[in-house]
Ligand binder design. Structure first.
Ligand code: GUN
Ligand code: FE
Length: 471
């Protein structure tokens, strides 16, 4: 496949690159083999390919979003009960809903199928999922994600203490055995794919969080991940009530407990980490430790607004410590599964800290604590891919062709894509007599406008590993 048009990407934090009239060639396994400017392209191989897919003007390709943290069964009750504290909400909503799906495979399939359809429409190309306790229900989740064609990292939740009596594993050893059996089953089912294409579905070791996992369970899961090389996900230092509970019951903080059990690795994604440092301003020590361990953070600003309300996640400090960070929607602690909401919330929350500056070892006058829209776009794309340890998130030779096609406007027909009516009018009415009307290059301002007011109506297609999965 050959595709020609405007490509937009964030190769590093804060940097946005607009490549007008570029060509990408994609092989049968879904990898980019050529990526270059179309007009100056001298590649004979490309010249021989006659059928390029040419994107209409006013359209651009962007890497799809990576959602690092989403509770699939909680999609059932998305958008309810958020006036409760985290621990109350878990008992009143989360555990009950998850148990319901574990008892009703037909309902589970319905919920997971709809979730997959919604994710694809929202431009999510890779998602790291918390499932439920029961292996079979999580296999349904894996099947539904596989059939959407997105990259899915599926976690069978592990918990052996402090949950509902009817929604808990019998012992730490049976819980570790169940995690092993699930991971092996996923690997057997999804490791073999046709045409040398890589598998898109993978298991993730998923201790829910410290309050529901005994030390024995955490220890067993740490050892299992080391043995198998499987990814790990959990929640760390999410809310003040959770942090206090752990300190009182376990006499230590989350970070020490996870570390002791070998669960903070370069394969680990920890959600939240808002209360990881109890001092104000936050001490950089825990972030330095996480960076040294290679552990990534899923920043979930929308759910933090509800469950961690007394404090904003020290995002700038974590970025300065060079921790791998991406965004998570945290359905249903966050009510929106659209990573565009997560980007906007990440910027909005950080702006409350505007004016304060990060203190570094060498200086008290570092960068603003606020992030801007381009930084959030990096987190949603390449930042998330780096946290997942995948080559996606950027258009470059050797990377898989993962892309979303966004249409801002169509200057030839004068028809814009719904959400950007205002933008369309501006282009058609004010620019139509200018030279640039014939062949407008996209500008950073246009992308910013999409970032602020665009929505699903602007998304025309999504590809993962070279396969069109939407549009
Ligand atoms: N901590 C432990 N379980 C959960 C969950 O389901 N959602 C959120 N937001 N935090 C958690
Ligand atoms: Fe969560």
């Amino acid at each position: 496949m050959l595709i020609r048009g405007t490509f937009v990407q964030c190769p590093k934090l804060g940097e946005l690159v607009i490549l007008s009239d570029w060509l990408a060639a994609v092989d049968d396994s879904g990898y980019i083999t050529h990526f270059e400017n179309a007009e100056s392209s001298t590649s004979l191989e490309l010249q021989r390919v006659r059928t390029a897919l040419i994107l209409p003007l006013g359209t651009f390709l962007l890497p799809p979003f990576n959602d690092l943290h989403l509770h699939a069964p909680q999609f059932l009750y998305q958008g309810t009960g958020l006036d409760l504290s985290l621990l109350e909400w878990l008992h009143q909503y989360a555990f009950k809903a998850e148990e319901k799906l574990d008892r009703d495979p037909v309902l589970a399939r319905t919920v997971y199928r709809r979730l997959g359809q919604r994710l694809v429409k929202a431009g999510t190309g890779a998602v790291c999922l918390f499932g439920t306790l029961k292996g079979d229900t999580n296999m349904i989740l894996a099947e539904e994600m596989q059939s959407t064609g997105i990259r899915a990292y599926v976690g069978k939740v592990s918990m052996d203490i402090s949950s509902r009596p009817s929604y808990i594993e019998a012992s730490s050893s049976t819980a570790v055995d169940a995690a092993r059996a699930f991971g092996e089953k996923i690997e057997q089912t999804y490791s073999v794919t046709s045409q040398s294409r890589p598998s898109l579905v993978h298991p993730v070791i998923t201790p829910r969080f410290v309050p529901t996992c005994s030390d024995e369970l955490l220890h067993g899961l740490g050892a299992l991940s080391a043995e198998k090389g499987w990814r790990i996900q959990s929640h760390m230092a999410e809310s003040s009530d959770q942090v206090e509970w752990v300190r009182k019951e376990r006499g230590e903080d989350d970070i020490h407990i996870f570390k002791k059990h070998n669960l903070l690795t370069s394969r680990t994604i920890q959600a939240h980490c808002t209360f990881i440092s109890s001092s104000s301003p936050p001490s950089s020590k825990p972030f330095v430790d996480l960076h040294a361990l290679g552990t990534a953070i899923a920043h979930c600003p929308l759910s933090n607004i509800y469950f961690s309300a007394s404090r904003a996640f020290p995002l700038r400090e974590a970025l300065e410590a060079q921790i791998k960070i991406g965004l998570g929607t945290d359905i249903a602690g966050g009510y929106s599964l659209d990573v565009m909401s997560a980007m906007r919330m990440a910027v909005a929350v950080s702006r409350i800290r505007e004016g304060e500056r990060v203190r570094t070892v060498s200086s008290d006058h570092g960068k603003s604590l606020a992030i801007d829209w381009k930084e959030s776009l990096f987190l949603a794309t390449l930042g998330g891919a780096q946290a997942l340890g995948i080559d996606s998130g950027i258009f470059t030779v050797g990377a898989p062709f993962d892309a979303q096609q966004i249409r801002l406007f169509d200057p030839r027909s004068g028809i814009g894509a719904g959400a950007l009516d205002f933008f369309e009018l501006e282009m058609v009415v004010t620019k139509c007599h200018e030279e640039s009307y014939k062949k407008p290059d996209l500008t950073e301002e246009m992308i910013e406008k999409w970032w602020c007011i665009g929505d699903e109506r602007n998304r025309e297609a999504v590809w993962v590993q070279g396969v069109k999965i939407f549009g």
